[in-house]
Every structure is written in C-alpha cells, then in structure tokens.
Design a binder for this molecule. Sequence first.
Ligand SMILES: [Zn+2]
Ligand SMILES: [Zn+2]
Length: 268
Amino acid sequence: MYDCHMHCEHSHDSRTPVDDVVNIAIKNGLKYIAFTDHFDRDYLYDNSMDAKVRQLDMENHVNSILDVKKKYSGIIDIALGLECGYSTSSKQDYCEILQTIPVDIVLNSVHTIGGIDCYYKEYYEGIDKRQAYEKYLKEVLASVNVDYDYNVISHLGYVCRRAPFDDKVMSYGDYTDIIDEILHAMLRRDVSLELNTHTKGLDVPFLPYTSIIDRYIQLGGEQFTFGSDSHMTNRIGEKYDDVKRYLQSKGIKYINSYMAKVCRKHLL
Ligand SMILES: [Zn+2]
Ligand SMILES: [Zn+2]
C-alpha cells in the first residue's frame, strides 16, 4: 500500500501525532506514506471564512517530517508532502514558497471558492446543483493550469462531500466540456489523478465518481495515486483494496507514489 494523502497534528483539523501515523502505517503493512498537511494560503485572501484557522507551521512540519524520514529509513518510505489549497488570490504565494521547501509530493486541491470552503452550507446558498458544481469545476480547471509544480490533482469532486442535494453525484455526462478540459490539461502536465477514499456521506468508496475516472482512462490517462486523506490513524490506507480492484478491472497496471517530486510506479 502506498498512501499519498494523509494528515497529522500539523494540520489544523488533526490531532494525530506524527509517530502514531508512522507506527500504525508500519503495522498495517504500508510501504510508503506522505504527510500532506494542509497548506491553506487560500484562507488568507478573499475575506475567507477561515481567516482565523491555524496556518501550517512550515518550519516545524519540514523539520519533524525530515526527522521521521531518517528515523524510519529502511522500514517505511516517508514523504514530506503538502496539500496546497488553490485559489486565484493565493497562487503567487505557492509559486514563491514551494521553491524553498525540500518537498517530496505536492497535492493540488480546491477547497475554497471565493473565500468559502464548499464544505460549508454557505457555499450552496442561493445556487442550484449545476451552479455549485460548475463553479467548483471552473476553479479546479484554473488550479490544474497553475504556474507552480505539483504532482497530484486531489479529491476531484470534493464539492460533493457536503452537498445538500438528494442526488450528490457528479457524473461526467452532466459536465462533459469542463471535465474534458480538466482531464486534457492534466494529461498535458502528466500529473496523477488521486483516488480519494475519504467519502463519508457519499455512497461510493472513492472520488472522483467512476464515470470521470473512466473518461480519464479513455483519454489515455494512466497516472493514479491512492489517498486515504486520513486525519486519524483508523483511516490510514482505508479502502485501498477497493481502489486497487477498480483500477485492475480497468486494465491499469501501476499506482504511483512520489519522492523528491519524482514519480515512482508500483505494480498493482
Ligand atoms: Zn483536501
Ligand atoms: Zn487532505
């Protein structure tokens, strides 16, 4: 198992100590884990609702992950990661800051649109499902084309997690043009599509919805990562087998991990 998306107490929404994550990962047989803690510069702009949320202590994050990398060397591969929350206003910050950090893997995520995390009900006020999902997908498209280097497009379909609609599904067929633009842009940049198993509240084992994954494969896409997006130790590596089985059923042979921003391919 290779888990490319995990959080520890360095993130504002996790209390799990770094060593606890590592020890459970070793116990569960993972070969690789990435500490991709929240780097939310998007919270600093656009009158964000999250302006007061604790920001990542970068120096502590870098030093403590580099320490555990050494400490557990030969037992488990540990990557220094970041989950960068994209927004138009914050993208310049990432361009400058990412260059200065010896990061192994960068996740490109969209949480916030116009200062509101689409986790909050306020995001959906006064708009219908199509508007809510299109606004989100446009932001994802902008994020795919950013100037800074990243390795993975994370949890495509994040907006569905807390959507207040009976039918939360984001089907490829309903958003064909914009999803094709996103997938083509990803193929041009040769970045990975994450299968993210943090899907509480949805009746699928992972995101994106399979119609979107299938379209990516149809277009020639074959770069995938697995991400549990765990914030507590009980979710580390969760539903890896579902992801593995699904990709195998589609004829995909490899799953990726990243070290020093270099893609490594592992036989499924
Ligand atoms: Zn996220
Ligand atoms: Zn995350």
